[in-house]
Design a protein around this ligand. Structure first.
Ligand SMILES: Cc1cc2nc3c(=O)[nH]c(=O)nc-3n(C[C@H](O)[C@H](O)[C@H](O)COP(=O)(O)OP(=O)(O)OC[C@H]3O[C@@H](n4cnc5c(N)ncnc54)[C@H](O)[C@@H]3O)c2cc1C
Length: 806
């Protein structure tokens, strides 16, 4: 066994094998995989191994397409052919209008990734799958490339290719401990000896937290028991001269595919069971959990109604095995937060279909620093402190119960809520706040017009439309107050602050104490990594503020770039403060009344300034910044004094018509201003020039990514960021929807919604350069219709920015 390698991958299921193979494809040959037992002896060997193309976002569709291409190529390799039923096709059934709307959106989204889904009517569904009934069926999404694969053969084929390229695989070699060296490298201790390496990959499947514990990390991964049954041969299937397609049913919570002359049918029962939370028997290998089909009886009833042939079919066998879940159902593929040179590919709940793609993206991240797609939906750093295994288990149960029921727009499910709240939470609840969740933080979405008001979630404009319109009107005409909890905030101190920060952001730094600036951080490839508001508090002290979701991401990026001499220090204040935003033409009046000790005039407190201010007994940091496009201030308030400050502002504001507003209104306001959202409109796939942020790039200094950006500037944009108005008032576009010129896909929507001040249906998008000019006439595929779209100014509301400076 080697004692030194560049990378050690721990675990030989589909995750580990795919990562190993793709590392060799990226040109890293000095890589090894260690497996405690046999390859595939965890979950992989007993997988139903369906390979599908469906994904809730473009990254998932893209990576699944990679799996399908790769598996096809492996299956056709004459030296080691494997069993892969490629392109059997699959049906995702619809029995409500919402299902149909959702599928129409997913068709539009997939089109942008070169994947053609189709919506079928019930008769066509039955033609393609003659064993189903069409009662209560409205149609189905057809995925032509769905199929299934032999999981063991797949892993062996990947391992074989990796070995041929120079990788080594050590079976029956459990990793027993991990040592992080001071230089950031690792020692992997096994029962056969130690391997020193630059990087490690945790691909431990349901044992990923045993490996996590060896490095002091708790990954948000919990396992669920999951069962499928295999039937004896079914005569109707034997009579067909084609394989029946895969089936997925969001109403009856089952899936099925053909297995030999029978069916494989899996259930997502409501009375589901977590697995292994109190520790996993070390001898559980190549093993299954005891059958328990009784748990699935209710689910079976619906299944049998849809597939009546099952009533007569004998059960050949039952498989019950552990399947890993994360809090949002998507896996953890990327950097392990807070650790150097440590990666993971875990939390895979559909690892056979996705594993090829996950390994592909992970290898790119490790070798090139970034993958071809923005991998934020998979990034382990999207979860922070609240995401313990116990929390994950609660979300896993909820997710399992909703396996094929996609999230409706703005749907925040109820399990494991109130993980992170501020003292203002009950106060806002008391005045009617309806809450959603951002990085575990409860945030008000909107304020209910009546106590019994419930949002009717829909892909179309819904019953919150007028509620939001009123909140926007208050902000536009009087003054609104909003809490922004969990805003990511680090205090950075040190004498060399200017030089250090200047080299990290591509934008102009606020150098004078009392100034605030919006800045952008690029990666080494010159694309957008982060967006930060930097407030200069003293010559050697600044606050770095960014989206709540960015907390661990930005912390990693900045701390990896800290000078080794300790001259720059960092303190994470995210949990200590909350923000109250006052926005609207009367915001100055409210502040002057609530905090008369401060001069709030335009001259004394101009736009983009920061001042310490006393509001009653509280010392707060006030910043004149605006995400709404109206005159506005943010007050950064220690959480202990948050409620008192809110009450003071609320009382002072009564004379000026103060009302609360929430995230929905903010979304409308910022779309009209063309203000971007991190990881919606600001992604690592585009640079700041393509993102129409040229004015934030200072070419007269050095910064991370500058050389790459210069090269890209010379070669011209790949796509350009635009704002469009859509010619429909019935539904917003959704992120990922395709932008079309005629029938040709020329772009993708990044975010969208109704602009209540400009009275337009708006969409922000990246489009091919020839279509980015002001006045370009395009269309956006919204719920199956090509809706006329016109490219216009990115900032549609107060483009001169006179209101924020008033
Ligand atoms: C019943 C069932 C049906 C499924 N059906 C499908 C499906 O149709 N389609 C689909 O895409 N997915 C399906 N899945 C999910 C899919 O099988 C998993 O997502 C996938 O197999 C997970 O692969 P993995 O590599 O993450 O984990 P595993 O296969 O569990 O691999 C992890 C490996 O790490 C090794 N390991 C752990 N600890 C150590 C250590 N300390 N040292 C060295 N090695 C270690 C283990 O021995 C194991 O081999 C199904 C799962 C189940 C249970």
């Amino acid at each position: 066994m080697k004692s030194q390698a560049r990378v050690v991958v721990i675990g030989g299921g589909i995750g580990g094998c795919s990562a190993l193979y793709h590392l060799t494809e990226e040109g890293w040959r000095d890589v090894v995989l260690v497996e405690r037992d046999e390859l595939t002896s965890g979950t992989t060997w007993h997988s139903a191994a369906q390979v599908t193309n469906f994904g809730a976002n473009q990254v998932m569709v893209g990576l699944k397409s990679h799996s399908i291409r790769l598996y096809k190529e492996l299956a056709e390799d004459p030296d080691y052919p494997i069993n892969y039923h490629h392109a059997t096709g699959g049906l995702r059934l619809a029995s409500t209008q919402d299902h149909l709307d959702g599928y129409r959106h997913f068709i539009s989204l997939a089109k942008g990734m070169g994947v053609d889904f189709e919506l079928l009517d019930p008769a066509e569904c039955r033609r393609r799958h003659p064993l189903i009934t069409t009662d209560n069926l409205l149609g189905a999404l057809w995925d032509p490339l769905d199929g299934d694969i032999d999981p063991a053969q797949l892993c062996q084929a990947l391992a074989r290719r990796a070995r041929k390229a120079g990788a080594e695989i050590y079976r029956h070699t459990p990793v027993t401990a991990l040592t992080e060296k001071p230089d950031g490298e690792w020692i992997v201790h096994t029962d056969k000896g130690d391997i020193h390496c630059e990087m490690i990959v945790n691909a431990g499947g349901y044992r990923c937290n045993e490996i996590g514990a060896m490095m002091g990390v708790e990954l948000p991964v919990a396992s669920m028991e999951h069962q499928y049954l295999l039937t004896e041969p079914i005569p109707e299937i034997a009579e067909l001269d084609f394989r029946v397609p895969l089936l997925r049913c969001p109403a009856d919570d089952f899936y099925s595919r053909q297995e030999k002359q029978g069916l494989l049918v899996g259930f997502y029962e409501q009375g589901c069971k977590t697995w292994g939370l109190d520790g996993i028997d070390p001898n559980f290998t190549n093993a299954l959990c005891p059958d328990d089909l009784d748990r699935c009886i209710d689910t079976m009833e619906g299944t049998f109604r849809r597939l009546p042939c099952l009533m007569e079919a004998g059960i050949h066998s039952v498989i019950n095995g552990p399947i890993t879940y994360t809090p949002d159902g998507l896996p953890l593929v990327g950097k392990i937060p807070g650790k150097r040179n440590a990666w993971c590919i875990t939390g895979l709940r559909a690892g056979l279909g996705e594993g090829g793609g996950h390994g592909w993206l992970l290898a790119q991240m490790m070798v090139r620093g970034e993958a071809c797609y923005d991998t934020w939906p998979l990034d382990p750093r999207r979860f922070t402190r609240h995401a313990t295994v116990d929390y994950t288990a609660l979300k896993a149960v909820e997710d399992y119960q909703n396996e094929f029921r996609f999230h409706m727009p703005h749907e925040y499910r109820p399990a494991a809520r109130e993980m992170k709240t501020t003292p203002l939470y009950p106060v806002l609840a008391g005045i009617g706040a309806a809450f959603g969740v951002v990085n575990g933080w409860e945030r008000a979405l909107y304020f209910k017009p009546a106590p019994d008001f419930e949002e009717q979630h829909s892909f179309r404009f819904n019953n919150t439309f007028d509620v939001v319109a009123q909140e926007v009107a208050v902000v536009q005409n009087a003054v609104g107050i909003m809490e922004v909890s969990g805003f990511n905030r680090y205090e950075i101190t040190g004498e060399g602050l200017d030089d250090w920060l200047d080299g990290i952001v591509c934008s102009r730094l606020p150098r004078r104490p009392g100034k605030v600036a919006l800045t952008y951080l690029l990666n080494e490839q010159g694309n957008i990594k982060a967006e930060a508001t930097i407030a200069r508090l003293a010559p050697d002290r600044a606050w770095y503020g960014a989206a709540a979701a960015a907390e661990y991401h930005d912390l990693d990026w900045l701390s990896e770039r800290l000078p080794a001499d300790g001259s720059i220090r960092f303190e994470n204040l995210t949990d200590d403060f909350s923000i109250l935003v006052l926005a609207g033409p009367r915001s100055r009046d409210v502040l002057a009344k609530a905090a008369p000790g401060c001069d709030w005039s335009r001259e004394a407190f101009p736009w983009l300034s920061v001042r310490p201010v006393a509001v009653g007994d509280a010392e707060v940091l006030a910043m004149s910044v605006s995400f709404s496009g109206e005159l506005a201030w943010e007050l950064h308030i220690p959480n202990g004094q948050l409620t008192a400050v809110f009450q003071k502002l609320w009382a002072a504001g009564q004379a000026f018509g103060i009302r609360p507003f929430g995230l929905y209104a903010t979304e409308s306001l910022r779309l009209e201003k063309g203000f971007r959202h991190w990881k919606a409109d600001l992604i690592t796939e585009y640079n700041p020039l393509e993102s129409a942020l040229d004015r934030f790039v200072r070419w007269d200094k050095d910064f991370v990514g500058k050389a790459a950006l210069e090269n890209m500037a010379a070669s011209g944009p790949r796509r350009c960021f635009v704002s469009m108005t859509l010619d429909t008032a019935s539904a917003p576009a959704q992120p990922g929807d395709s932008v079309l010129s005629g029938d040709r896909v020329v772009g993708s929507v990044t975010s969208a919604g109704w602009g209540h001040r400009v009275g337009c249906n708006l969409a922000l998008a990246f489009v091919d350069p020839p279509f980015a000019q002001d006045g370009s006439l395009l269309s956006v595929e919204v719920l199956g219709e090509a809706v006329a779209a016109r490219v216009g100014e990115i900032c549609l509301y107060d483009p001169a920015f006179s209101l924020v400076r008033a």
